[in-house]
Design a protein around this ligand. Sequence first.
Ligand code: CMP
Length: 228
Amino acid sequence: MSDRDIEVLSKAPLFQALDDAGAKALRQHVSEVRLARGQSLFHEGDTGDRLYVVLDGKIKLTRMAPDGRENLLSVLGPGEMFGELSLFDPRPRTAGAIAVTECRLAGLGHDELRPFLTAHPEVGIALLQALSERLRRTNEVMADLVFTDVPGRVAKALLDLAERFGQPTDNGLHVHHDLTQEELAQLVGASRETVNKALADFAARGWLRIEARAVVILDIERLRKRSK
Ligand code: CMP
């Protein structure tokens, strides 16, 4: 495992709570998984026996409605963890995981992790913290679906992506989210047409510039105001 991979892993909630010796011991159980763009790691409903930390690239977590429509729960980047729900609650996967870009992941078997959790209670607490954060975020997303209009939700989704993937440049905050317009619409929970209209409106106001699978945020304050 490269120094960079070790640095990325150390940001994940699992490893954050550990000292160097503990992190080294846990890394012994890690196996690397590589995915091509668009490749599926697991499907909603599969039996799950591993959790993952993104080392490189982006992963989307999706749920499918009975009529085939997709909802994007989240897009995860380096240092972010997923696949842990079936560790605490051994039931089928609650979402599918698909690579948005070429991806490298660190996989950890639930069976190897369980004794580690018993021996290191601080890791369990760090995982609970990560789960609590996710529940807060999910509650916020649910409230937004009820109370916030589509342009507001688009603004919020862009700010969230900017926080994870934004790169400051001289010409604005470059957010290379790697999502198609369809995927962006699935993330916001609206039709592609409505999301496109909101994006075009933001661009016309000079708040952002639209690029292929990316946006450049030019006026983050106005975008923040619109997201409230
Ligand atoms: P698991 O159910 O094992 O597999 C799918 C994973 O998606 C799940 O664990 C969580 O890690 C992740 N997940 C499920 N729901 C959400 C959500 N609302 N937000 C972010 N991640 C989620």
